[in-house]
Write a protein that binds this ligand. Sequence first.
Ligand code: DGJ
Length: 728
Amino acid sequence: MTIFFDKKTKTFHLQNAQISYLLGIEENNSLVHLYFGKKIKNYSGNYRYPRTDRSFSPNPPDASDRLLSLDTLPLEFPGNGFGDFREPAYNLKLKNGSRITDFRYDSYKIIAGKPTLEGLPALYVEAENEAETLVVTLKDTLSKLQLKLSYTIYKGFAVIARSTQLVNDSQDSVEVNRLASQSIDFPNRELDLIHLNGSWAKERQLTREKVNTGIKVLDSKRGSSSHHQNPFVALVDPTTTEFQGDAYGINLVYSGNHETVIQKDPYDQTRVITGLNSFNFSWQLGAGETFQTPEAVMVYSSNGLNELSHTYHDLYNHHLIRGEAKLKERPTLINNWEATYFDFNEEKVMKIVEEAKALGIEMFVLDDGWFGGREDDFTSLGDWTETEGKIACGLENLSQKIHEKGLKFGIWFEPEMISEDSDLFRAHPDWALGVPGRGRSLGRNQFVLDFSRQDVRDNIYQQMTSILDRIPIDYVKWDMNRNMTEVYSVLLDSENQGEVSHRYMLGLYEFLEKLVTNYPEILFESCSGGGGRFDAGLLYYMPQTWTSDNTDAVARLKIQYGTSLAYPISSMGAHVSAIPNHQTERKTSLATRGNVAMSGVLGYELDLTQLSTEEKKEIKEQVNFYKQHRQLLQFGTFYRLKSPFEGNDTAWMFVSKNQEEAMVFYYRVLTEASAPLTTLKLVGLLEDENYEFDGKMIAGDELMNIGFYINPELSGDYVSQRFYLRKV
Ligand code: DGJ
């Protein structure tokens, strides 16, 4: 891995064994994008954007000829005002009201390793020799502003991590209305756009569409990364599949409002800009101050989407997820939510715990309803004191009893929220986001606490940690059950109100940093009504995310398939729940529910005391099987084989890093009479080695090139099959 600057051709070349990223400086000192893709050993300097006259494309003031126009040049961090009429990566309002700035290349530095991003989650290194960072400084001489564009290249990963800093060296403040984390211009090229959209209980549905001329914005204005539009996109060649073709992923490491703008111009050039959502965003950057954007993680694959995902998974497991849970096998759990909802007591809980122990489950998680007298979703958020008498022996003793049975103990919090009916709200009605004089919208009967405020955060931190300090707790589920409205903070001046959404996120990150630092032994799982904040920002603090409130095995096929595009399997909470399913009313077999849930971090979320002897036997086998194979299932290489978005059947497989073991899952949604047969071809095995497969010995090349038939006798709806392979 190296970064070098060629003085002769005025190009920067970031290179490792997989990729090259090339930037150039034009004769007018505009910074241009040259290339991102498969490694180029020695770039000659030949590939530069040709000078060509385009009518109605003006030339910047000091252009030496009329063939130079910013309107068509592939720019590395485009602005607006000097003739580039496409979407800009930044929008700054200067003191004189002008939004015109002229950033030109000024200088660069190369840093060993990767600096942290102050106050923000980001990829990290453990040793300086794991990565190198290029910081290119652009200056606008008149306004005395500097843009610092940061690029980190890692050893062994096809990734460039980008972020931007705006430094205000002037005597005046500047209003930032947009500042992207990254912008990339693709030369004329047909592209497809892949993105993950959805809604509650239907997260991260994979959509693929052609990039057409015009502008498309994919965003969230909800105050969270959202169920509706995940901050991940991929740009791929129209012919790209899971196994072949070029694919570029862009994932924003952020949990709040985000936007990705895709613009294809009339010359078939495509610009993709990613960052904080510019909608309602304005940040007053005072004299001498700096603004740091979140990070965008850009991954390239020349072998299709599976390889793209492998890079994200390995990168996030090694360089995003931190703490004691990093690369550690995650415990199986039983959560009481769908078993009891709010209606639990010590006896019910302990019966579930006893059953869980008998089944080999390793942790009990007490969900919503243990605090402040909360018996439904109308009250008590913000009052983080134990409801006396609900658990007769008290939480501390409960935790002890559970530990004595050999299980871990986890508990639920929703720290960012406040109920109208709570002592906290009665004492501090102004602590909820809201505009003075206006009513507040309710979401699940609750308001959002103003986490941009230090006093609010301190209060919640103190309440939360007095529970964590008193009671032995191994796991915390951090929930967040509504989106933000009336986003206004009474502590900020009128001109700073456009900062609230981002200040909220900075406050949240500050809180989480303190929490995970002070409670390193606790495993945190984030949740937002299921997967409403499944993003890389939160994974930096909490290694797991509750993937969706939808626990129906069939719905989960799509949700988990889509999620796996960017996020590692080790981060996906997946539970077996009761039938009829509480979200869809569907009845699926326990085997299929198990096969879907063990393709994530396996848990159970049903009343174990209501199960038949056969069901208990089956669950015991599932748990035992999962524990035996979870290294492979949580950290193996995950291949998507058949997409639930394209047909009636889904298949995926996990291959161990040494390729000696694999687990294959096949699922069929609806049965069909006289159905065509299905052949499944495997991938990722060792060609010349034999594997024990389905009671037979078969070589890797046969399994990968010929494959095998799925049993035609497999009948009924929602069926599944699981195959374990081991090298002999
Ligand atoms: C929403 C979560 O997604 C559920 O799993 C559960 O924790 C409820 N909140 C509790 O209110």
